[in-house]
Design a protein around this ligand. Structure first.
Ligand SMILES: *Cc1c(COP(=O)(O)O)cnc(C)c1O
Length: 365
């Protein structure tokens, strides 16, 4: 049996007519940017998150970058980001002219280790960007305490965690503002690129909206040197069609994860940590294995496609050579990059597919 790493087919089959209706609605109206679909999705998504404001933007990277800009973070400033994340987190900081300062993750959760943040704070530090990686919330209480102690902003990277909770509270509601991505593969995905900023802070909301629309507060009047990063009507309409199904689809991912967690029994494999205070949405189900590449080959020989998140940590990326790091500088992120393997995880995976993955992992000698 072939098991893909991810497939959109089950979701697409189920929502086929909803998505086509969304397209027809926009096409019939013949209005493509800044219209009622964008406004309707923003309203629905802020309600989903439990925030006062939502601003649709072009993608997740822009969401983070526009928040940083709105907070006047730039040249000469430092922003703390995890050493284990997708490149966009660090690039958002770089794009506004600030310096990303990497902090190691916890090996067990893959998320930024709160106990290591304080040592990275300097007089130039302006913000912490916790990333709720793989769909599991960061340990927010200690992060909030450190931010309060040093008057730092918190910008949550929620690109992998739509709907995840920490101590009963949804991600995206802890920081000054949060960035979401609706890249097709994310838990809530558009049919193209899209993103959003959510916040309870009106000043940030107003400024992010202007910054993403050429720095304009009203037509042909520009108060900032802004960007063009808007959520278009088609993507907003597709997202509105999918949002009502997000909780159910996240729950389906949790069922798959529960089977992996209870039925994978192989001493060579370390399963991801789960704890009561966290409800993850399993964007990625990442296991660790010291013979990761052999396990990858074994699964591949059984028709199972896996992935690595992420094979090269931030500090060793070619584009960040200017920061002057070398191997050994962030040993935990490096160890994760050498040992993490992501198993197939998507809405609509069949029991037989889940079983095939479990059996193949358990057969690995
Ligand atoms: C996907 C992702 C982003 C960027 O989102 P795009 O929509 O691809 O720009 C940012 N941070 C993390 C952790 C992501 O996984």
């Amino acid at each position: 049996m072939n098991v893909p790493f991810v497939s959109f087919l089950p979701m697409e089959r189920e929502l086929d007519s909803d998505l086509r209706n969304a397209f027809n609605r926009v096409f019939t109206r013949s209005w493509y940017i800044e219209g009622q679909e964008d406004a309707a999705f923003e309203k629905a998504f802020s309600a989903f998150c439990g925030t006062k404001y939502c601003i649709g933007v072009g993608n997740g990277l822009d969401a983070l970058m526009l928040i940083l800009k709105a907070l006047d973070i730039g040249e000469g400033d430092e922003v703390i980001v995890p050493s284990n994340t997708y490149i966009a987190t660090a690039l958002a900081v770089t794009y506004v002219g600030a310096k990303p300062v990497f902090v190691e993750p916890e090996m067990e959760t893959f998320n930024i280790d709160p106990s290591r943040i304080e040592a990275a704070v300097t007089a130039r530090t302006k913000a912490i960007m916790p990333v709720h990686l793989y769909g599991r919330a960061c340990d927010m209480d200690p992060i909030m305490s450190i931010a309060a102690k040093y008057s730092l902003r918190i910008i949550e990277d929620c690109a992998q965690a739509h709907g995840a909770t920490y101590k009963g509270r949804k991600v995206g509601t802890f920081g000054d503002a949060a960035g979401f991505s609706f890249y097709p593969g994310k838990n809530l995905g558009a049919l193209g690129d899209a993103g959003a900023v959510v916040t309870d802070n009106e000043d940030i909301a107003v400024k992010v909206r202007a910054l993403g629309n050429y720095g304009s507060d009203y037509k042909y009047h520009h108060i900032y040197k802004g960007n063009n990063s808007r959520l278009d009507e088609l993507q907003a309409a597709f997202l509105s069609a999918k949002l009502p199904h997000l909780e159910r689809m996240n729950a389906a991912r949790r069922q798959i994860a529960d089977r992996y967690l209870s039925e994978i029994k192989n001493p060579a494999v370390i399963l991801p940590l789960v704890s009561e205070e966290y409800v993850p949405v399993w964007h990625i189900f990442g296991i660790r294995c010291s013979r990761r590449d052999e396990l990858e080959k074994h699964l591949s020989s059984r028709g199972i496609t896996t992935n690595k998140h992420y094979p090269i940590p931030m500090h060793l990326q070619e584009c960040y050579r200017d920061l002057g790091f070398s191997e050994g500088d962030f040993p935990i992120a490096e160890e994760i990059s050498r040992t993490e393997l992501s198993l197939p995880m998507f809405y609509g995976m069949t029991d037989a597919e889940v079983q095939a993955v479990i059996s193949a992992v358990n057969d690995f000698a």
